[in-house]
Ligand binder design. Structure first.
Ligand SMILES: Cc1cc2nc3c(=O)[nH]c(=O)nc-3n(C[C@H](O)[C@H](O)[C@H](O)COP(=O)(O)OP(=O)(O)OC[C@H]3O[C@@H](n4cnc5c(N)ncnc54)[C@H](O)[C@@H]3O)c2cc1C
Length: 570
């Protein structure tokens, strides 16, 4: 690709066929795939800088910081005693794929089949999307060059695609990892915690090895490194540039083929026209923001902030949802997962090996479906019986901090995120100003529905069952939080309310719905309803959260969208 660092340096010598607003996870997949047609000229406009110069984006063990983040905060949450929370979103080439936790999970067959039903997009059926996800994937040996037998099912992975995916290395020595696998063979535990050979085969239930988007050379693989990095000079990237709006291209007020941008609020606004289409890929916050500021949204709400309505669509910015996460802590005698970060970086610099060369030191993911005897009091929120209600995400083992509730133990602390994978509460992205640079109001609206409490309560109870398994008898001694005396539904609910946060896997703010329906923002072909020349391709179009982490879902839908768009213009 050819890069421009700033709008002042941008002197286009070509007419662009496609302009992609947002060079994130999905945006770079679409731009790369469309750019495979050498006749098409693509321009990507990204608000953040290049990933190349940000060291932490390359090292799996490091977390890039606030300097490459939008650093959003949610509104005060109505059901969380008015508490607000941070809402991270990456502002860098590659988007969240350049800074995320790298876990690669595709969701379940049930999820994709349900999304096909809800959206009217038949390409989302599992049997169609799985081959596309495999096509995009370059599955490799782990960083120790060990064979992956027993940790992966090669039949559901692609070997020749772009995005490198590998599995946690064997030589991660914390004894926790072996104990967790032993649980799957403990008497009485197998129903809830069976061993799962591959987390990405479509039926994600049980304990399996964690896949990560990284190369076997110990480097992060992102849409920037794996996709954009393979493009030719027909793909141009304008960095450090904010898309302020999309605009009608001429007299037709619903033909949005013009993109307006600027470096910052003081700089002049510049426009570029796409010969074929504009593809908005600003992510679950950025994309509805761009549409709303362009006058595409609910008329009353736009007019209230002084924006002229060009397309009245009340669904824009609504239906936003995210996984709800509640932390749990256990008192354990196991060694910590901490390491000397300076020494680890020095080792990574020399060999790309050592503790900084992988993204976590607890090697597995745990997905649980609630037993049938648990009364949900509402319709099952999952897509079907082969999908989990909850994830128990194994975070770390750390030394105790002085503030921790005193117990007799001097042990370490096992931290687990207990997650409701299918919340039914819905929030919104709305505007409180017509200033294109002002942040939107982000209301994730956690715990608006009773069912979301039920699932989180059961998630905490499931974690307690897991760490009471015979295999953990001598190493996990007690719960720290929620404290052992917090057991009734009411007590657990109070704990949940005080601790819950969004897991930052947001979806749905520009939800896809079938042609001719008014409850969605985009049609099954990704076109913004009521417009021409304007599509959205990113996490915002997914109607509901996935049975797992979100990036593989976004890679899959972006591969699918690329084919749809290319076919229409071929
Ligand atoms: C901290 C964190 C950790 C995560 N960990 C994991 C994980 O381990 N596994 C997993 O599967 N998922 C994870 N996720 C979620 C996952 O990474 C995202 O759901 C997914 O990458 C979103 O892709 P996207 O294309 O929708 O948006 P993004 O990747 O966010 O891309 C949007 C891009 O658009 C740009 N943009 C936005 N507005 C504008 C504008 N007006 N002008 C120009 N550019 C703009 C942004 O800067 C960004 O680069 C994590 C997310 C976060 C925040």
């Amino acid at each position: 690709a050819k890069f421009f660092q700033h709008p002042d340096d941008f002197s286009p010598t070509v007419d662009y066929d496609f302009v992609v607003a947002g060079g994130g996870t999905a945006g770079l997949v679409v731009a790369t795939r469309l750019g495979e047609n050498p006749k098409w000229k693509i321009l990507i406009i990204e608000a953040g800088p290049s990933n190349d110069d940000v060291f932490a984006t390359h090292v799996p063990g490091l977390s890039p910081g606030p300097e490459i983040d939008w650093n959003y905060t949610t509104t005060r949450q109505a059901h969380l005693n008015g508490r607000d929370m941070e809402y991270s979103q990456a502002k860098i080439l590659g988007g969240c794929s350049s800074h995320n936790g790298m876990i690669y999970t595709r969701g379940s067959k049930d999820d994709w089949d349900r999304w096909a039903d809800l959206t009217g997009n038949e390409e989302f059926r599992w049997d169609k999307i799985l081959p596309l996800m495999m096509k995009g994937e370059r599955f490799t040996k782990d960083i120790e060059n060990q064979p992956v037998e027993g940790r992966f099912d090669p039949t559901v992975h692609g070997l020749h695609g772009k995005l490198s995916v590998t599995v946690s290395p064997l030589n991660v020595t914390n004894p926790f990892n072996d104990l967790l696998l032993q649980v799957t063979e403990d008497p009485g535990m197998n129903d809830e915690f069976p061993f799962l050979l591959d987390l990405n085969g479509g039926k994600p239930l049980g304990i399996g090895w964690r896949p990560a988007t990284m190369t076997h050379n110990g480097e992060r693989s992102s849409s920037a490194t794996a996709y954009l990095g393979t493009t030719n000079d027909n793909v141009h990237v304008l960095l450090n540039t904010f898309v302020t709006r999309v605009l009608p291209a001429g007299d037709n007020k619903t033909d949005f083929r013009v993109v307006e941008f600027a470096a910052d609020p003081q700089s002049p606004r510049v426009q570029v026209k796409a010969r074929k289409e504009v593809i908005v890929a600003g992510g679950v916050i950025g994309s509805p923001q761009i549409l709303l500021k362009s006058g595409i949204g609910k008329r009353e709400e736009l007019e209230a902030v002084g924006i002229k309505t060009l397309v009245n669509n009340p669904a824009v910015g609504k239906n936003f949802s995210d996984h709800a996460m509640v932390p749990a802590e256990f008192d354990t005698s196991l060694p910590t997962t901490n390491y000397d970060i300076d020494a680890a970086i020095a080792e990574w610099n020399k060999t790309h090996m050592g503790p900084a060369s992988h993204s976590g030191h607890l090697n597995h993911v745990v997905w649980v479906r609630l037993p049938k005897n648990i009364s949900l009091g509402a319709a099952d929120p999952t897509g079907g019986e082969d999908s989990p209600h909850i994830e128990l995400s194994l975070v770390s083992i750390n030394a105790r901090t002085p503030e921790m509730i005193a117990t007799e133990s001097e042990g370490t602390v096992l931290r687990v995120s207990t997650v409701n994978l299918h919340p039914i509460s819905r929030g919104s992205i709305t505007l409180n100003s017509s200033d294109p640079f002002s942040y939107p109001l982000i209301d994730v609206n956690l715990l608006a529905q009773d069912l979301d409490y039920v699932i989180l309560r059961e998630a905490l109870r499931s974690a307690q069952r897991l760490f009471s398994a015979p295999s953990f008898e001598s190493s996990v001694k007690a719960v720290i939080s929620p404290p052992a005396n917090v057991t009734s539904d009411d007590e657990l609910d109070a704990y949940i309310r005080s601790k819950v946060t969004a897991w930052i896997h947001g979806v749905g703010s520009l939800s896809m719905s079938p042609h001719g329906t008014s409850h969605g923002a985009v049609d099954p072909d990704f076109r913004v309803k009521g417009t021409q020349g304007l599509r959205v391709v990113d996490a915002s179009i997914i109607p509901s959260t996935a049975s797992g982490h979100t990036q593989a879902v976004v890679y899959g839908l972006a591969e699918s969208a690329s084919l749809t768009i290319a076919r229409l213009w071929q």
